[in-house]
Design a protein around this ligand. Structure first.
Ligand code: ADP
Length: 409
């Protein structure tokens, strides 16, 4: 087991900065997924930890040792890749033991390690099989066993399940979690699949354009995304985003307003452009929102397309029927909102309806910087809180509201 620390890691190729000033500390025994879109620098980061790529700047520590200049074989790491390169002419035992035999390990020790690894990945009884007699999942388990016999301090896995079919991938996720529990080893796992990252990791490191966006437990990334990128990347279907202007009464978007005291929003000033984020499961039909503590005012909508998923129904809502529809990026236009409702909901296409947002689940982001400002506006007072002086002028309201808070504005 070992801690892995990246300090100011940057990797530049001629015209690309693949990794940009990455600072991460992965704890001893932790399972961390590096997740992000294709080309964001996940594999390069992994290769830098493995020693297959030298960083342009920065330092890599494994435990307390600076390994930046050490060759891969001296780092105590074992890698499992997407493309499983098993030797086709060797059986499972020979494939798993290959590295140990090359390093002239004692025969008894080789047998002991291979048996132990085969037991962990449940390949007992298959040691005589040839790779072409095995399924994709079994071959991947051989590759993992080959890594296990090396007793690494750190496992590095680069999209190891990418080539498996969907059902097997879900099964292997559970197996990898079991493996982690059993081996109690640090695992760094690269994937572009946020669902894979959500289900397996202790923490997720979300990367975009070579930069670390957030590293937190999956549910923190989901419930308190650090910025618009993380909010949009984690969760499927994606969070709805609606841009608006911060006014003295809250947020005004083209089709609806949400009331709150703007002075309670950190790092924002009336007149700023903010983006409201709300997940599909936090949008409710007004008549079914009775259990929620605080909701927004009802928003007029027309149901457009329904997608019954079995355990829920996705409902695409149009907030402004006359506006143009964008099928390309449906969730990024202010006229559309995706709602998820339970499958027993009486709902039809092209129906006029009212929806509300759960105020405790409304996120606000700075549109320009993307930075998250607030997660949940349920405890932000309404715009007129404390302003009930009867005068009702803008000046009175601003002063009265401001006096009840400890913010600067
Ligand atoms: P990911 O694993 O997230 O898909 P990579 O780490 O493979 O991303 O790549 C990050 C960026 O660095 C990409 O733009 C990629 O084209 C570039 N890159 C990776 N390796 C090289 C290389 N050897 N030479 C030049 N550019 C590279």
């Amino acid at each position: 087991m070992a801690r892995v620390t990246l300090e100011h890691i940057t990797k530049r190729y001629e015209d690309v900065t693949a990794v940009d000033d990455m600072n991460v500390e992965i704890r001893d025994g932790e399972f961390v997924c590096l997740v992000g879109p294709s080309g964001c620098g996940k594999s390069t980061t992994m290769e830098i930890v493995a020693g297959l790529t030298t960083p342009t700047e920065g330092t890599v520590f494994i435990g307390d040792a600076d390994v930046t200049k050490l060759p891969p074989k001296d780092r105590g790491v074992a890698m499992v890749f997407q493309n499983i390169a098993l030797f086709p002419h060797m059986n499972v035992w020979e494939n798993i033991s290959f590295g140990l035999r090359l390093r002239k390990f004692d025969t008894d020790e080789i047998d002991r390690r291979v048996e132990h690894a085969a037991d962990i990945v449940q390949l007992e009884g298959m040691l005589e099989r040839m790779p072409d007699e095995m399924s994709g999942g079994q071959r991947q388990r051989v590759a993992i066993a080959r890594a296990i016999v090396r007793n690494p301090d750190v496992f590095l896995m680069d999209e190891p399940l990418a080539n498996l079919d969907a059902k097997l991938r879900v099964h292997m996720r559970t197996e990898l979690q079991r493996l982690h529990k059993e081996l109690d080893t640090t695992i760094i796992y690269v994937t572009h699949d946020q669902a894979e990252a959500m289900t397996m990791s202790d923490r997720i490191a979300v990367i975009n354009a070579g930069r670390l966006q957030q590293i937190d437990p999956p549910l923190i990334c989901y419930n308190e995304p650090a910025n618009l990128f993380v909010a949009g990347f984690i969760g499927s279907p994606s969070m709805n985003f609606v841009e608006g202007d911060l006014t003295r009464d809250g947020l005004e978007t083209p089709n609806f307003s949400v009331e709150f005291d703007p002075s309670q929003v950190p790092n924002a000033t009336v007149g700023d452009r903010l983006t409201l984020g709300i997940r599909p499961e936090d949008v409710f039909l007004e008549h079914r929102a009775g259990n929620l503590e605080t909701t927004t005012d009802p928003i007029d909508a027309v149901t457009d397309v329904l997608e019954p998923m079995g355990d829920e129904i996705f409902v695409y809502l149009l907030l402004d029927e006359s506006a143009e529809r964008s099928m390309e990026d449906a969730l990024a236009t202010p006229n559309q909102l995706l709602m998820s409702v339970s499958p027993d909901t009486e709902i039809h296409e092209d129906e006029r309806t009212n929806v509300v947002l759960d105020r405790s689940k409304v996120h606000l982001f700075d549109t320009d910087t993307g930075e998250a400002l607030v997660h949940g506006i349920d405890d932000l007072p309404g715009p007129t809180a404390g302003a009930d002086t009867g005068a009702g002028t803008a000046g009175t309201e601003t002063r009265a509201t401001g006096s009840g808070t400890d913010t600067e504005r």
